[in-house]
Design a protein around this ligand. Sequence first.
Ligand SMILES: [Zn+2]
Ligand SMILES: [Zn+2]
Ligand SMILES: [Zn+2]
Length: 259
Amino acid sequence: MVHHRRGRGRLCPCLRARDGGASRPAQLTAAFSAPACIGDTGWVNQAADSLSLRRAARVFFDFGSPRIIVAVLAAAIAGRVAIGGWSWWDLLGPAVVLAAQPFTEWLIHVFVLHFRPRTVGRVRVDPLVARKHRAHHADPRELSLVFIPLPALAGLVAGVAAICLAGLPLERGLTTLVTALMVLCTYEWTHYLIHSNYRPRRALFRYVWRAHRNHHFRNEHYWFGVTVHVADHLLGTFPERGDVPVSPTAKTLGVRQAA
Ligand SMILES: [Zn+2]
Ligand SMILES: [Zn+2]
Ligand SMILES: [Zn+2]
């Protein structure tokens, strides 16, 4: 049994628990010290370790990506409110963003995050986000790997803002940008919460939580959605858990570690 690596020399909580039990870390690390190492089938569900949403949110905003998204979102909302000029057309951009989101998540996860490194001529193509996503699969409990890498986030936010603001009248563009940023924030929050020690209390979150855990611990070729699984259902990547084998490559995505 391979014990889970914790960053900065922290001891795996399952060992800590065996070493007398009482020495649970007191602070935020405790909130995320999921009892791991019971095979590789996933976290053990210990109700006593469940994190409150408020505490989870506080830790969420310790990370750069949520802070940046919320800051840009606040600026976009302020700008949208300041210019006024509301119309029914303001609903169109948000409708498109929301309708596309299941497929946006699915396509990015399948074709970008799970991109297999390849050599084109003499150039090795292995994008940062794909490398970081493999690191996330290798160590799903490492929270710093849960979030969109900052260079990718910067490019994504700038790209979406450019499309919205250059492609639409300013009012509609800002409304659409606000929606896209809210969707992005929801994605980061949901993915983070799934990987935190928060335990689902309601059916909807339990559903996405189970599905993403299946992606990490059952078979990485299924369950590509994070906040929504419409695309998984339509495209045949939402099987019954028992109908697909436990994948030996769920932690590596089948890519050998580069030296
Ligand atoms: Zn362990
Ligand atoms: Zn994940
Ligand atoms: Zn993945």
